[in-house]
Design a protein around this ligand. Structure first.
Ligand SMILES: [Fe+2]
Length: 386
């Protein structure tokens, strides 16, 4: 049988539509534990190291489930191809992922999340990071929110919509992935907006936002209002679109809230987050919240979109939102604190443009699931080896 090569977007399509198959990850157990393919639906994921196939081919092949298509994933592509050739000889229907796991890590899946008379809003889900960026299209303009470094995707998407990227916004100085706004602004001439609270000490050519400031398209389109929501970081900012959608960055998640302990000032930032949460509770409960991250695919709605009403979120996170004094909130945060990945310090410096890293190193830094949520539920999601 012919071996075929597939792309990350094919893999996501098969996983999200429930195609019966085995995903065979041939990276070593340590890399596998740190980061692996996740799916909106249950699926069979097997980890058998490439070295096991070299050492004892028959024994390794015997561990691969039979009678189902096998989709192989590896670090860079070569070892997956090697194992694909072995499995092909043993009669499996087999394919391997082009460009390895980093192509999965960088994949963006666009989903429409809402529209008005003269605009459309898209969520770009990044399954490998469990994060979401957003695109707001009106007329021939597109505004981006929290783009990742996969610039080609955004530029192609804008071209398909017949748009130019004119503004790009960051919700905060990201610690868990390399942000794309600086490069997008440089390539397209878009204005890069961010909050002084996080960016003042950075070396980014950004335009500072004012709390409550309204940003607009050149011609018509919805209002975009910046709402400062400090806590996850001091400069965390949410964006209210058309008074209907709340792009909440890493402040309000569908499950949990953004952890305020990443900057080494857990108590101080937790108090800020407590005040922000009080302000969030006063907003219109019908607002559709669009978060910057999710913890698990179970948070997605039936259309596989990460969006819920604010009222629904307050209800499902009552344990957090009903805390009625800062001391109890700080205690809750402290009880759920956990170490952050070592890479976060470097990623912050790269995002602040205070450190340059080669593309290959950026790719490594950028791989892996986010750890931005504060609650015990998020804590329980961590791989056991972490
Ligand atoms: Fe964050």
């Amino acid at each position: 049988m012919a071996i075929y090569i597939y792309e990350a977007k094919d893999l996501f399509h098969w996983l999200s539509t429930g195609v019966d198959m085995v995903v065979l990850d041939v990276r070593n157990a340590k890399d596998f534990a740190r980061f692996q393919v996740e799916s909106p639906r249950p699926f069979t994921l097997v980890n058998i190291s490439y070295f096991d196939f070299i050492e004892d081919e028959e024994e390794a092949v015997a561990r691969v489930p039979r009678n189902r298509a096998v989709r192989i994933v590896c670090a860079k592509e070569n070892s997956a191809r090697y194992v694909a050739e072995i499995l092909d000889r043993h009669g499996f229907e087999v394919g391997y992922l082009q460009d390895g796991i980093s192509s999965w890590g960088n994949l963006l899946v666009p989903r429409p999340v809402g529209r008005g008379t003269d605009y459309e809003l898209f969520q770009f889900i990044r399954p490998g990071k469990a994060s979401c960026s957003y695109g707001l299209v009106s007329g021939k303009e597109m505004m981006l929110f929290d783009p990742s470094r996969n610039l080609d995707f955004y530029l192609e998407f804008a071209a398909q919509q017949g748009c130019m990227v004119t503004k790009t916004f960051e919700t905060h100085l990201q610690a868990d992935y390399i942000a794309g706004s600086r490069d997008i602004a440089r390539q397209t001439g878009a204005i890069f907006y961010a909050n002084d609270g996080d960016f003042k000490t950075s070396n980014n050519p950004y335009t500072p936002l004012r709390d409550g400031e309204t940003l607009r398209f050149g011609l018509g389109g919805p209002d975009v209002r910046a709402m400062f929501t400090p806590g996850h970081t001091p400069g965390s900012t949410s964006y209210l679109i058309d008074e209907r959608f709340l792009l909440s960055g890493d402040t309000v998640f569908i499950d949990s809230v953004g952890r305020p302990d990443l900057g080494g000032k857990a108590e101080e930032w937790a108090v800020m987050l407590y005040e922000t949460i009080r302000a969030v509770k006063r907003l219109d409960p019908n607002l559709q919240v669009l978060p910057g991250h999710y913890i698990d695919w179970r948070e997605a709605n039936e259309d596989l979109v990460f969006s819920r009403s604010l009222g629904g979120i307050l209800e499902r996170n009552r344990a957090i939102y009903e805390i009625d004094n800062p001391a109890t909130f700080v205690a809750f945060i402290q009880a759920n604190m956990r170490p952050q990945p070592e890479e976060y310090a470097t990623i912050r410096l790269v995002n602040a443009n205070l450190r340059e890293e080669e593309q290959v190193r950026q790719e490594e830094l950028d791989l892996g699931k986010n750890e931005c949520a504060a609650s015990a539920y998020a804590k329980a999601q961590q791989p056991r080896s972490a």
